[in-house]
Design a binder for this molecule. Structure first.
Ligand code: G6P
Length: 613
């Protein structure tokens, strides 16, 4: 979604800001802009479209000397919420005096009332955005102290914000604040970088400060002073970023998505390393921070998340019930937060989020804590809001995921959920021998994934055959049902093919009406319990002219014959087989999208991290 970068230091601010915006491109956006200070003037350039367009526009409208002189500025990539992605709606926005510039992530919910009040005082607005209203409000509050003006304005707004503000009247500082939308401050050597995401900072410094909600900071080139909204100083630790700049490069791959698919054996090794106890047949997940007694007393596991993370949760549901003998349910985080869920201290709520910033998942965490449930998170981004708010959790250690379509985060989430189920199961009914068997299967996941990736050429050849279709159905049963959902999601996200995932048994209850000669049906027919019934469903589809692509188990010749095309994955435990199966579908979707000429890493309308409801 929207991205923020701010810079104050010795370097040419415009270049730093544009490079920072480039690092945030993966988040998804549709316009961009930046503001720098030149003496006592705020200079703004904005453009719909990509950062490259903004860069060209900046170069053609600003003299090179100006670019070199300016050493303070703020910049933004906007994912349209209030008003279309036009130049007028792009950030930064100026106040009435045109001396204050603001970039903003989040939503100001009471902007209409604030706008009407400011219009009554003679303010004129040029955009349809809530952000311009906040810029004017700050200007209206400014009586000679920008920090105080921002504080006063933020007291009047309802909603969420991550902001960076500069003023021509105070050219030595940027004010930044957050509520519900992340802000990270990079503390460099004589320079300070503000961003909504550490990936815009890592090229400059690894020393960062994460703001908490309602923190407001005065940032100069060599200092960061943080207060709360009541002007009381607060201390935030400087943390060390665990990522390096190279992780945010494509490293020779055509797309980040392909790179991240290929990274999965390593990412999964990092996720699993040190977390399996092969003697006890259990998992060592200190982040769960629960005693065996607490684990034994848990009555229910509730997994919450959105998108791909929700699908990982669905695999987890099977694992918890099968392995741990505990009632498990999965819920879309937005639904969970608003339906007044019944929760108690014996309920174990697991929030699953790659970014750790998804607004609905964060709200679900808060709701669960409010109700006294035991809450933990499963995040990839270290220091993210959900990870920090839950306090306990298990990091994925999958490395930065840049492609909007999630791949390695999903497989790492599943790996962690399997380990959690094992740990929980060993405190209940799973025997040591059974635990050791399952732990060994988990340990083998990276090599299973490598074997699927090794078939890339074959998968590409198959994908090419399917790339001209406009509809596709994915079907599966048991743990392959969530894999079918995730396969359909991947395909629609990046190839814009209308793809639906169904439980194989559900197809007859409606969707089968849509099958025509040649409609692709991707059947998860891995050799696990339920396969025969899925094969029955495959026959029903074939009888209606569908073209069947099977994801099957290695050596299962009989099943291969029931398919028009097939991709074979290595044999393993049914729960574990979800991982190689999904990797086959990731590659299939990737190659279909590639043959359709789609913009794979930044699909239209999608955002990497959805920080608004
Ligand atoms: C967006 C992304 C998806 C992701 C979902 C949840 O929709 O495009 O890839 O699965 O958000 O994100 P999270 O960071 O909470 O896992």
């Amino acid at each position: 979604m929207c991205g923020i970068v701010g810079y104050i230091g010795k370097a040419d601010a415009a270049s730093v800001l544009i490079n920072g915006l480039r690092r945030l491109e993966y988040r998804g956006y549709d316009s961009a802009g930046l503001a720098i200070l030149d003496d006592d003037r705020v200079m703004v350039t904005k453009a719909p479209g990509k950062v490259a367009v903004l860069k060209d526009k900046t170069r053609s409208s600003w003299a090179p000397e100006l670019m070199q002189r300016a050493s303070i500025g703020i910049a933004h990539t906007r994912w349209a919420t209030h008003g279309p992605p036009t130049e007028a709606n792009a950030h930064p926005h100026l106040d009435q005096s045109e001396e204050i510039a603001l970039v903003h992530n989040g939503i100001i919910e009471n902007y209409r009332a604030l706008r009407a009040r400011l219009e009554g005082k003679g303010h004129h607005f040029y955009s349809e955005t809530d952000t311009e209203v906040l810029a004017h409000l700050i200007g209206d509050c400014d009586k000679g102290d920008l920090f105080q003006a921002v504080t006063d304005a933020l007291h009047q707004v309802e909603g969420t914000f991550g902001i960076a503000v500069l003023s021509a009247r105070e050219p030595d500082r940027i004010i930044t604040a957050r509520r519900g939308s992340p802000i990270v401050i990079g503390v460099g050597d004589g320079e300070t970088i503000i961003a909504s995401d550490a990936s815009a900072i890592v090229a400059h410094t690894k020393r960062v400060i994460y703001l908490d909600d309602n923190d407001i900071a005065i940032v100069t080139g060599d200092s960061v002073e943080i207060r709360d909204l009541n002007n009381v100083p607060v201390t935030r630790e400087i943390a060390e970023l665990g990522i390096d700049a190279a992780a945010a490069e494509k490293g020779g791959f055509e797309h980040f998505m392909l790179k991240e698919i290929h990274e999965q054996p390593d990412a999964l090794s990092n996720t699993i390393r040190g977390r399996l106890d092969l003697d006890l047949g259990s998992a060592v997940l200190s982040g769960m921070a629960t005693s065996p007694r607490e684990l034994a007393e848990l009555s229910r596991v509730v997994l919450v998340g959105c998108g791909t993370s929700l699908h990982a949760g669905l695999v987890g549901e099977y694992a918890f019930e099968d392995m741990a003998d505990v009632h498990a349910e999965v819920e879309q985080a937005a639904e969970f937060r608003y339906r007044n869920p019944l929760l108690g201290s014996r309920d174990f709520v697991v929030a699953i989020s790659q970014s750790g910033e998804t607004a609905d998942t964060l709200a679900a965490v808060r709701e669960a804590r409010q109700k006294g449930a035991f809450v933990m998170s499963l995040c990839n981004v270290v220091g993210s809001t959900i990870a920090r708010e839950t306090g306990r959790g298990v990091y994925l250690h999958a490395g930065p995921e840049i492609s909007v379509a999630s791949t390695k985060a999903f497989t790492s989430q599943v790996a962690v959920l399997l380990m959690m189920a094992l740990k929980l199961g060993r405190g209940r009914r799973v025997s040591r021998d059974e635990g050791i068997r399952f732990a060994r299967e988990i340990e083998s996941i990276p090599s299973l994934v490598s074997k699927v990736i090794a078939q890339s050429d074959r998968i590409e050849a198959i994908a090419k055959e399917y790339s001209a279709n406009e509809h596709a159905f994915f079907i599966g049963r048991g743990p392959m049902y969530p894999v079918a959902l995730e396969g359909a999601l991947k395909l629609k996200e990046i190839s814009y093919i209308h793809a639906e995932g169904y439980h194989a048994a559900e197809l007859k209850h409606g969707p089968i009406a849509l099958l025509q000669e040649g409609t692709p049906v991707i059947a998860l027919a891995v050799d696990i319990p339920g396969k025969d019934k899925t094969l029955g469903n495959v026959e029903e589809c074939r009888a209606r002219g569908a073209r069947i692509l099977g994801i099957i188990s290695e050596g299962d010749h009989e099943t291969a014959e029931a398919m028009d095309d097939y991709i074979a994955i290595p044999r393993t435990d049914p729960l574990v087989s979800t991982v190689p199966a999904v990797v086959a579908l990731q590659l299939f979707s990737y190659f279909v999208a590639k043959h359709r000429g789609c913009e794979i890493d930044q699909p239209r309308n999608l955002a990497k991290s959805v920080t608004v409801e």
